[in-house]
Design a protein around this ligand. Structure first.
Ligand SMILES: NC(=O)c1ccc[n+]([C@@H]2O[C@H](COP(=O)([O-])OP(=O)(O)OC[C@H]3O[C@@H](n4cnc5c(N)ncnc54)[C@H](OP(=O)(O)O)[C@@H]3O)[C@@H](O)[C@H]2O)c1
Length: 319
């Protein structure tokens, strides 16, 4: 598994991060343990969870973090643990929760559930543009100084806010975000998808910003929710996959899928591996957060971890 060092930190995460959104809920704990074991065996060391995961289920809040905490305690293995906080209450999505007191409360609960004294990487799960970047970085800085957080990142932040935070950090000599986390895969989302529920997806301006600044990226929905699995073909509309169809089905994306399949054939790989490597082979540090829901999917996602594509490959995949 390739390692993608995070600039500005001493962290060396693996190219494929394990998304654990369903762990302890849609993925029962014993299956989640097997998937975590498989991920570690494949050389993976970068776990992605969040304070709000499974809060959409009755009594589900914290299920993912608790599952990771139990596994980390049982295995005593070293992992880069990344969690996210400051997400709005799921029943009041229009009310931001990004004041210092929200961050402090979520972080305290996350550490308790994870059974850790310190989380390696702490993401703000959403943004509230009404909170000045100085206030946000100031609040996070206190947790870093207290040893509760190793490094910080921003998830679903616009380029304008990321840039404002970077400039503030540079001018004031304060802590800075070491990475951004948004949705990104070789298949781009259809118009109107980015921004729904506060989730941002890659666009040309954001890509140009990362290419210019080299700000690191952790891409979620990195497998296009299974778009590259081989199950979907141009002209066919799968039943019970309305979300996938609405988000990813387009002529342009089927072109990307077909080019990924052609390159995969040439390299003796799968199209899903090529799609993941498209992300992890960029000119700025990028980890791909995969969301497998079985041991087999963990293995096939991690199989992309050693694949490095050339700049020409990336350009021809984009088309
Ligand atoms: N920061 C944020 O706001 C945010 C938002 C969303 C997600 N995330 C994080 O990102 C993680 C991943 O997100 P995601 O679930 O949207 O990503 P994803 O990996 O693009 O989508 C997951 C789906 O892809 C398919 N799949 C998984 N592994 C596969 C494989 N090896 N080969 C082929 N298909 C495969 C499965 O679909 P089938 O059911 O068809 O098999 C699975 O349900 C989450 O668990 C979470 O940690 C963060």
């Amino acid at each position: 598994m390739r390692i993608i060092p995070l600039p500005g930190t001493n962290q060396k995460p693996s190219a494929i991060s394990l998304g654990t959104g369903g762990f302890g809920s849609s993925v029962p704990r014993d299956e989640a343990f097997k998937m975590l074991d498989t991920y570690a065996e494949a050389g993976g060391n970068f776990l992605d969870t969040a304070h709000c995961y499974a809060a959409w289920l009755p009594n589900g809040a914290g299920a993912s973090e608790r599952t990771l905490g139990a596994w980390l305690k049982a295995r005593k293995t070293s992992m880069i643990v990344a969690t996210k906080g400051a997400h709005p209450d799921l029943k009041k999505m229009e009310v931001p929760r990004m004041r210092p007191e929200h961050i402090a409360q979520d972080l305290r609960e996350s550490l308790e559930r994870l059974q850790l004294e310190r989380v390696d990487l702490y993401w703000l799960h959403r943004d509230d543009p009404n909170v000045p970047v100085g206030e946000v970085l100031g609040a996070l800085s206190e947790h870093i100084s207290a040893g509760r957080i190793g490094a910080i990142g921003a998830s679903n932040w616009t380029v304008a806010r990321l840039d404002a935070a970077a400039k503030y950090a540079q001018e004031k000599g304060s802590v800075a975000f070491c990475a951004s986390q948004i949705g990104w895969s070789l298949a781009r989302v259809n118009p109107g998808v980015s921004g729904q529920n506060g989730m941002l997806f890659m666009d040309d301006a954001t890509l140009a910003y990362h290419r210019k600044t080299k700000l690191a990226m952790a891409a979620y929905s990195s497998q296009g929710n299974g778009f590259f699995s081989g199950k979907y073909r141009r002209g066919e509309t799968p039943a019970n996959k309305q979300g996938l169809v609405k988000t990813y089905f387009s002529d342009a994306n089927f072109g990307r899928l077909e080019r990924a399949q052609a390159l995969a054939k040439k390299l003796g790989r799968t199209a899903n591996e090529v799609a993941l490597a498209y992300l992890t082979s960029q000119s700025f540090p990028t980890c791909a957060i995969a969301g497998p829901h079985s041991v087999e999917q963990v293995k096939s996602s991690c199989a992309a971890g050693d694949l490095l594509l050339s700049a020409d490959d990336l350009a021809s995949l984009e088309g």
